[in-house]
Design a protein around this ligand. Structure first.
Ligand code: TMP
Length: 204
C-alpha cells in the first residue's frame, strides 16, 4: 500500500522543526516506517541548491525555479520511491512554501507557481499539510532569541512574514480537507495532543 505524505509549514520561527521531530517519533511509535526530510533539500543535489538559495542574492524567478528544481529531484529520488514502497514521508516544507514565500512574500504571480507545480508534480499533492501559525512579532522574537546568523529569508521584514503568514492561512481556508492550522502560541503539550488527533482521524 502506498505510504502517506505529510508536510509541515509555517513562517520562520513558528516551531516547525520541533514538531517535525515529535511527529516522526510519534509515527515510529505507531509502528510506521517513516522517512524524515526537508525542503529545500532532502537529496545531495537538493542540499546544494538549498545552500545557494539561502545565501546567494538572485532574481525572484531564479529563486522559484531553484525551489522547484530541488523539489523535482526530491520527488524523483526520495519522496515517490519511499511512498511507493509503503513508507510514510514527513517533509519540513513543500510546495505550499513556494506559494507563501515566492508568491505571497515576494509577489511572484500565482499562475507562474501553478505552472511550475503542474510541471514538476503532475497533480501530486501532500495527503496532509500542517500549518503552524504564529503572530509575526512573536516569530521574529523567537528567531532573534536563537542567536544564530539569519539566512536570506530570516533577514526579511515583519511585513514580508505577514504576507507569507496570510498566504498560508488563505490556502488553509481554501483547502480545509488537506491543510490544518495549528496555533503555535499554545503549549507544546496541547499542540502535540492536537497533532495526535489530526493524524489519527485523517490518516488511519
Ligand atoms: P527552513 O528554515 O524552514 O528550513 O526553510 C528554509 C527557507 O526556505 C525558509 O525561510 C522558507 C524558504 N522556502 C521558500 O522560500 N520556498 C520554498 O519553496 C521552500 C521549500 C522554502
Amino acid at each position: 500500500m502506498r505510504g502517506k505524505f505529510i508536510t509541515l509549514e509555517g513562517i520562520d520561527g513558528a516551531g516547525k522543526s520541533t514538531h517535525h521531530a515529535w511527529l516522526i517519533d510519534f509515527l515510529k511509535r505507531k509502528g510506521i516506517d517513516v522517512v524524515p526530510t526537508r525542503e529545500p533539500g532532502g537529496t545531495p543535489l537538493g542540499e546544494k541548491l538549498r545552500a545557494l538559495v539561502l545565501s546567494e542574492p538572485m532574481h525572484l524567478e531564479t529563486e522559484a525555479l531553484l525551489m522547484f528544481a530541488a523539489r523535482k529531484e526530491h520527488l524523483d529520488k526520495l519522496i515517490l520511491p519511499a511512498l511507493a514502497s509503503g513508507k510514510w514521508v514527513v517533509s519540513d516544507r513543500f510546495t505550499d512554501a513556494s506559494y507563501a514565500y515566492q508568491g505571497g512574500g515576494r509577489g511572484l504571480a500565482e499562475e507562474k507557481l501553478r505552472a511550475l507545480e503542474d510541471w514538476a508534480q503532475a497533480g501530486f499533492r501532500p495527503d496532509l499539510t500542517l500549518v503552524f501559525d504564529l503572530p509575526t512579532e512573536i516569530a521574529l522574537q523567537r528567531l532573534a532569541e536563537t542567536g544564530h546568523r539569519p539566512d536570506r529569508f530570516e533577514q526579511e521584514s515583519q511585513a514580508f512574514f505577514e504576507r507569507v503568514r496570510q498566504t498560508y492561512l488563505f490556502r488553509a481556508h481554501a483547502e480545509p480537507g488537506r491543510i490544518k492550522i495549528l496555533d503555535s502560541t499554545e503549549s507544546l503539550h496541547n499542540i502535540q495532543k492536537k497533532l495526535e488527533g489530526i493524524i489519527l482521524a485523517y490518516l488511519f
